[in-house]
Design a protein around this ligand. Structure first.
Ligand SMILES: C[S@@+](CC[C@H](N)C(=O)[O-])C[C@H]1O[C@@H](n2cnc3c(N)ncnc32)[C@H](O)[C@@H]1O
Length: 404
């Protein structure tokens, strides 16, 4: 954050509105709220947009710390105090806007010197989340939380159906977007600075998709080959389906399934843009949809619904939206999905189970339970991508062979 930035009052008003929506209105996801805010305020220049985007995510990310410094709990009435606290923490001078009238600058600055009374405040997470992370990861939890509290960089995947990563780097340079290679990731490129990449011609032409480096590992891990019959059984809007299509060079068949039709509609649009033609979508309406596909696939990818604790860098609002009941519910869903979707794999075929969680209870323990109950499967390989080690999103993936 540039401490010399000159703020206009309407940036603070816009930021306040976006934070109020994200924190207090039901079912409002931070990324969508920000997208709408930026769309609505067309007159903001690129620096203004940068300021609002960064401040919005950082205030959400560090809510607990800001509450402590301000000595105020978050409420619709205290949002401006938290914005002011955030600005002061970043050494940005407060201008005499009416929004900052009730801010006691000296008191806040004095509290910057205090030690944090709890680890939940230090790492800015709810107490219950600290307990869950600590009980599942032991002392490692704080390293992971530290990594998960750093802003995510934008990573793209070159669509190998249309272009190589090397060619894409050149094409984007012409559009003033600088990207760099990531060692060990064939098609991943990292953006040097934040820019609206969706506006580029390269994106419109389907030359790349935004996809974190760890997420790109899942497609590679599935070890699909051109000509195979693959089922992506929790396909959502198709982030991984599109990668599988590219790895299969458009040959063979991918059946992309989900319980939500609207997600599969988005997938179809993205597939058209990507030039991916070997994808068929199927809504899971009831058990019959699955029954008809039993014993049919060379590969089944279950990119299971999960807590999303591995992707908090990208979705810091999830810290405040998640709760323990949700995590318990999603674990039961994972168990059922593993059990039901595993039946789609043919003998000698492979089942890949993946999540973007770092909790063993959603990952390795789910797989252990499944293996105990299904003697016709054996574990071939398991990967745990921890944000503190890999530097990208937290992911888990396991490869299981169906032996009979
Ligand atoms: C982690 S997301 C998938 C993300 C997607 N694979 C991607 O790469 O963009 C999990 C998906 O599982 C879907 N889902 C939830 N319950 C399901 C079920 N019982 N069967 C199939 N899909 C389910 C959700 O709608 C969601 O789209």
């Amino acid at each position: 954050m540039n401490s010399k930035i000159k703020l206009h009052r309407n940036l603070i008003i816009g930021l306040h509105k976006a934070l109020e929506e994200s924190f207090f209105e039901p079912n409002k996801y931070a990324d969508k709220v920000l997208e709408r805010t930026l769309k609505f305020n067309k007159k903001w220049g690129s620096k203004d947009r940068g300021f609002v985007s960064e401040s919005f995510y950082e205030i959400i990310r560090w809510k607990n710390q800001l509450e402590f410094f301000a000595n105020r709990k978050l409420s619709p009435e205290s949002i401006n105090v938290l914005i002011a606290t955030y600005l002061l923490r970043n050494k940005i001078e407060l201008q005499p806007f009416p929004e900052f009238e009730k801010v006691y600058i000296k008191k806040i600055k004095d509290r910057f010197k205090l030690p944090f009374p709890t680890l939940a405040i230090k790492y800015s997470i709810p107490e219950w989340m600290q307990m869950v992370l600590e009980s599942e990861l032991g002392d490692e939890w704080s390293h992971e939380m530290k990594a998960l509290n750093t802003p995510a960089q934008t990573i793209i995947r070159a669509n190998s159906l249309k272009i190589t990563a090397e060619e894409l780097k050149e094409v984007l340079m012409v559009e003033n977007i600088i990207v760099n290679f990531i060692k060990g990731y064939k098609n991943a490129l990292i953006m040097e600075e934040k820019k609206n990449i969706f506006k580029t011609q390269a994106f419109k032409d389907g030359l790349f998709e935004i996809q974190d480096a760890s997420s790109q590992r899942v497609g590679e891990f599935a070890d699909v080959k051109p000509g195979m019959r693959v089922i992506d059984s929790c396909a959502g809007a198709g982030g991984k389906t599109l990668h599988l299509a590219a790895l299969m060079e458009n040959k063979g068949l991918i059946i992309a399934m989900d319980i939500h039709e609207w997600k599969l509609q988005t997938l179809k649009q993205r597939a058209r843009r990507n030039g991916a033609y070997n994808i068929q979508t199927k809504v899971i309406e009831d058990s019959k949809t699955l029954k008809r596909l039993e014993n049919s696939a060379d590969r089944v990818l279950i990119d299971a619904p999960c807590s999303g604790l591995g992707v908090l860098r990208r979705n810091p609002d999830a810290k405040w939206k998640l709760n323990e009941e949700f995590i318990n519910r999603v674990k039961e869903e994972q168990r059922q999905i593993l059990q039901n979707h595993s039946k789609l794999v043919r003998k000698d075929g492979i089942l890949v189970y993946a999540t973007c969680s770092i909790l063993p209870s959603e990952n390795t323990l789910q797989v252990e339970k499944f293996l105990n109950e299904n003697s016709n499967y054996q574990l071939i390989e398991e990967k745990k991508l921890m944000p503190s080690v890999c530097g990208f999103d937290g992911f888990y993936m396991a490869k299981l062979l169906r032996t009979n």
